[in-house]
Design a protein around this ligand. Structure first.
Ligand SMILES: Nc1ncnc2c1ncn2[C@@H]1O[C@H](COP(=O)(O)OP(=O)(O)OP(=O)(O)O)[C@@H](O)[C@H]1O
Ligand SMILES: [Mg+2]
Length: 265
């Protein structure tokens, strides 16, 4: 009999650019898959960063110029299962982004039930129980497309950078989530503090401010600034594949444990 799973759909969102969403999504996905979970990554950003973690620039562009992308699936309200491609790693698949992803807001504008298009496209995938985790990388915006991503998700991870402006706008983001009210049941799984630099003092400050949000869980694991992250992205690999001993690789492994424990698997 087929091994059927309850799929946890988790999106990475923060309207603040450069907070570490794509890096966290790509590397958490790799670590969950390496621990034996079946994982599907979805690249929801026109910057193609998630796609570029798993395919070199030439191949990523070729894929993103094709018609087998998240953009095409949503535009045509198609079953996402037909848009899955394999990554080079076991248990880890991807639905790539498109060079046309910037037009998605425009496409959604004329659709009926426009907030729920991605959720509808995901129905077959959820029913199939093929994956333990679907991780969606969202762009740094709060438009109709991100509303779609949130409505399709069960849980939200909010990466914030430990920097003076890292938390700027976070309150707006929480207000935005509250404002979605009945449209989504997605819960904030946690805030992930990223790009922590021991030489600077912002980490403590960031923790203190986040502690003020009583209902919001902050992951124990934090991701430090690590040059291996950028080098790994330069060669289109998850950081643990680029350098197994990298500090950030160990941190993403720990984060995967935290995420798994939270969901009881
Ligand atoms: N732990 C880290 N150490 C060093 N550099 C990092 C780390 N995490 C992310 N970066 C770098 O910071 C930049 C922003 O990271 P990333 O692209 O993951 O953020 P993002 O939130 O997805 O950005 P966007 O909002 O543009 O989608 C990238 O250049 C990435 O290489
Ligand atoms: Mg990104």
């Amino acid at each position: 009999m087929r091994d059927r799973r309850d799929t946890r759909v988790i999106c990475f969102t923060n309207n603040k650019g450069g907070s570490g969403k794509s890096t966290a999504c790509a590397n958490l996905g790799y670590e969950l898959a390496a621990s034996g979970c079946r994982v599907l990554l979805m690249d929801g950003d026109m910057q193609l960063n998630l796609t570029l973690t798993y395919f070199d620039e030439e191949r990523a562009l070729e894929i993103a110029q094709g018609q087998h992308t998240l953009y095409d699936a949503v535009r045509g309200r198609q079953d996402l299962q037909d848009y899955v491609i394999a990554t080079p790693y076991e248990h880890l698949d991807l639905i790539p982004s498109s060079v046309l992803m910037s037009q998605i807001e425009y496409e959604l504008f004329s659709m009926t039930r426009r907030e729920l298009v991605l959720r509808e496209c995901m129905q077959g995938l959820r029913r199939s129980g093929t994956y333990d985790y679907v991780l969606i990388d969202a762009p740094p915006t709060l438009g109709a497309w991100v509303v779609n991503v949130l409505c399709a998700s069960d849980e939200i991870i909010i990466p914030v950078e430990a920097s003076p402006w890292g938390l700027f706008g976070l309150a707006n983001m929480f207000d935005f989530l509250d404002g979605l009210g009945g449209k989504t049941d997605a819960q904030v799984l946690g805030v992930l503090i990223t790009k922590v630099d021991e030489r600077k003092n912002y980490y403590r400050q960031t923790r203190e401010i986040l502690a003020g949000y009583e209902d919001i869980h902050v992951f124990e694991t934090v991701i430090h600034v690590d040059s291996a992250v950028e080098w790994s992205q330069d060669v289109s690999r998850p950081v643990a594949v680029y350098k197994k001993s990298a500090r950030s690789a160990a941190e993403f492994r720990k984060l995967a444990e935290e995420v798994r424990e939270h969901g009881g698997r």
